[in-house]
Design a protein. Sequence first.
Length: 144
Amino acid sequence: MLVNYCTLNEIGAILLVFYINIIAEGKGYEIFFPAGMFSALLCSYVIGKLILKQPLTEKKIIIAGILVGTISHYFAWLFASFFMTLCYFIWDGCKSSLNEPPIFFWDMLYMGFLYSFTSLIFFGWFSVSWAIASGFLISIFFSE
């Protein structure tokens, strides 16, 4: 059941990142493919393991969906920063249009809240509702 929940949320993350890459101005948003996928996997697994225990109730599914849909944005920014910092130090890439280095991981620990708040305003409706729908789908089709 937990694997199915993580898989469904991974699919939602992939769809959201595809959409972001289509509408976003500038370059560099492809870093969110691995970041969004790792974030969705981590949040779905940990929150699903803690909250989505049998018997599944509507309240548990909604709470887990809200938590996965919101917390995954913060971790996506953390993972993106981590990957960009690695890219900068290893290949001297991932620079801004002004040839500046990316925001470093330690700064992103607190700046990630601002960035994730902004992404939640624009894309939170999708990620939260997708995570809730994923929970209801696994409760219908994959209940133990």
